[in-house]
Design a protein around this ligand. Sequence first.
Ligand SMILES: [Zn+2]
Length: 599
Amino acid sequence: MTIRYAIRPADPGAHLFHVTVGLERPDPQGQHFALPAWNPGSYMIREFARHIVRLTALAGGRKLRVEKLDKHTWRCARTEEDVTLAYEVYAFDLSVRAAYLDPEQAFFNGAALLLAPLGRELEDCRLDIFPPAGVRAGSWQLLTGLQAARGTRAGEFGAYLARDYSELIDCPVQMGRFAQGRFDVLGVPHQIAISGRVARLDLHRLEADLTRVCEAHVRLFEPRQPRPPFERYVFLTLAVDEGYGGLEHRNSCALICRRDDLPHLGMKETTEGYRRFLGLVSHEYFHAWNVKRIRPQAFSPYDLGRENYTRLLWAFEGFTAYYDDLMLARAGLLSQAQYLEALGRTMTTVMQRSARLKQSLAESSFDAWIKYYRQDENAPNSVVSYYQKGALVALALDLAIRGESGGRRCLDDVMRWLWRQWRLAGPSYRGIEEDGIVDAVTRATGLDLGRALRAWTEGTRDPDFSTLLLAVGIRLERKLALDSPHFALLGLKLQGASGEARVAQVFDGGPAQQAGLSPGDVLMALDELRVTPAKLDALLARYSPGDAIQMLAFRREELKRFDLRLARQPPPRFVLEVDERASAAAQRRRVAWCGERRR
Ligand SMILES: [Zn+2]
């Protein structure tokens, strides 16, 4: 039987969607319905049900009693008749994770809007999507990874189909007026929608560059017969003034980016912002393999009502974060120098924070729900990023494999091995066990790197990057990092670049912490000269490491005096440099790893 959903953007001004769910032959003991507590890919309990404003049930044309059992579950009274639920959802979360509606545009994840009839999640679904009330027909477009039903043209309002509930909520929908690009990747149609005003957007360049990125990913996983694992793919993009993020899905992704990061007509160079956007695209597309298909056993299937614990997010997010920029380099969209610079930045960020010595990547993965996704001011001292350090472990693993196999094997072989397991298993795929990555590395490469990998992921040991990088002819240099003097010399970060100089974070063991400065303190004067966010670095630039200074700051509106000694040994900055004197074999391995050397 088909479960029939309908979504109406009923009141865009009040940000209200009207949703109905029609179910034939409900559980005669009283049908349960539930809304997911979280959205796969975003590991935090979001309790979407808090946005359901009112809910009623009908059976046989009469109102049916509904009882709420917990924060996201409802039970209908017993009935033999078909049941229809009708409810309103407030949608005003302009992120990739939930739902949003206003008179200009709408976006939703099914997890935030569509109640599942419990016990019936494997049945096929039909979703009718109506245009918003008061909007002229044809003036809004629609894009989704869902398949259009017969009679509905893809990209128009109408009926869409999903094989089951998990597919239904894995295909977000973007609506409104948006720029739209189309391109083919190895014979498979791809589309990108961009909502939000972008001046003189260069769609052709986007299409051309995305084609290169996507094709590189497909060829990584399927070098012999390159073909994506989906029939079509859509990028749903919202361009805003400030914002950055993405969420992966099986044949689509939702992106939010800065409008200034997108290319404009006549732009020849690849700006820092555009690199950031391409990195985001590359990241989410890689997830179509790594996590949407190759996935931990803990996600097979997802339990949408509660936290799903795995110690492996470093492999699913970290490896993806490693490959996002690497694939841009291999596709020729980043030069070797740009790629090495980006790696150096990641290394600097991770190594400058003490969190990596306190929490392992496995622990960070497991606790993502309460730590990585709920970071507070102490996060740099307590939460290691399974994205950034996970990417560095992927780098270390890749280099170790390349070094030990004399360049005959690399991390690509591990990804392909994992991919083959998914393809061979088909519907009986059970996912990767919690200690399964070590096994995959051994089987894919014939090398025993288990001890090192466990020390880097289950323990807190830093990989020996200096030695590992020699395999690809790269020298790791530690340089004095004085580009951000207030961080380097004081060991703190400010909340913003304007307004008052309020301390956002205080780093472990740094001068600010030793002198007793806290997050929330407002810096007022340094050696009796006024401090503002704009002036602080210029003031500090006149001092040397180890100098004594006096800082005045307000704490809870009370003026305090702090005597500090500027850091004697500011935390280093890591720079990766090509070693021209490295062996020819190492030079060849470098090209195989991150592409040709260009400008
Ligand atoms: Zn990701």
